[in-house]
Design a protein around this ligand. Structure first.
Ligand code: MTE
Length: 272
């Protein structure tokens, strides 16, 4: 893993006209409810959380199900750096240099069957180290679950991250393995994944099961479809200062228009 990170570090691509969000903000302002509901809770409780050994279970409609220890999972890949915008449904955003590999490379390896139409992802549940999981007051049920249509999972932008800023993922950002889907609201980018299942039917995801009228399955970033309780037209690009919030227009698909073809037959107001 260390060698892979060193190799990838020298491949950093230009962020274009985007300014990278400082490492400090990327790793101190987080949503990871297993570690608590406040933005500082994950850094506080997960900073030293590097669970070892880690394995990923692959099951369901797939030719090669089974358990993949992390080293085995990463062995065939040369890690890439991807600089992506991350737009949270709450209205803030960041620009983060991730390290990892495209999810489609894993799909090719495990070979979903012709019956597979959806992919479900599940996070780890580690009550001993996760105060949010132990808490009786959490809004969410564990494990945290997410899902994608198989075509979305196979899109070249869909990424499995194992690092950021040239180093392995900090606990608070979803160590050791997380999803990054840059054209969708951040809650789709599930952290600390232990299981990937290939399904015939659309899975029920954590946020959809909690408030379906607020958090849809697709969750594509869309400035024209407001959250029932707030506008999605603009966003606060972090870091901002109290009297100088850095507010910018939100872009359809978070600016990744190349994914539009995935939804050409869909009413995005209905399938939000
Ligand atoms: N994954 C798990 N397992 N638990 C969570 O609470 N929060 C989601 C997503 N993945 C979450 C999760 C939300 S709401 C967002 S915005 C992003 O992680 C935040 O990622 P970051 O903290 O690395 O910026």
């Amino acid at each position: 893993m260390r060698d892979k990170l060193m190799q990838a570090r020298w491949q950093r691509r230009d962020a274009g006209d985007e300014v990278l969000t400082p490492f400090r903000d990327v790793t101190q302002y987080n949503n990871f409810y297993e570690f608590g509901p406040q933005k500082g809770d994950p850094a506080c409780h997960a900073g030293n959380w590097q669970p070892q050994p880690w394995s990923l279970w692959v099951d369901g409609e797939v030719a090669r199900p089974g358990r993949l220890p992390l080293d085995e999972l990463l062995a065939p890949y040369r890690l890439q750096e991807r600089i992506y915008r991350l737009r949270c449904v709450e209205g803030w955003s960041m620009v983060i240099p991730w390290l990892g590999f495209p999810l489609r490379d894993l799909l090719e390896r495990v070979q979903p069957s012709s019956h597979a139409r959806y992919v479900r992802f599940e996070s780890v549940v580690d009550a001993e180290n996760m105060p949010g999981v132990r808490s009786g007051f959490s809004l969410l049920e564990w494990p945290y679950r997410e899902g994608l249509h198989l075509d979305e999972a196979a899109h070249p932008l869909t990424f499995m991250a194992v690092g950021l800023y040239g180093r392995s993922l900090p606990g608070q950002n979803g160590a050791p393995l997380r999803l990054v889907v840059p054209w969708k609201y951040g809650f789709k980018s599930i952290k600390s994944i232990v299981r990937i299942s290939f399904l015939r039917e659309r899975p029920l995801t954590t946020w959809e099961s909690m408030a379906p009228q607020e958090y849809g399955f697709y969750a594509n970033v869309n400035p024209h479809v407001d959250h029932p309780r707030w506008s999605q037209a603009r966003e606060r690009r972090l870091p901002g200062r109290l009297f100088a919030p850095n507010v910018i227009d939100t872009r359809l698909f978070n600016g990744y228009e190349e994914v539009a073809g995935l939804y050409s037959n869909m009413d995005l107001r209905v399938n939000y």
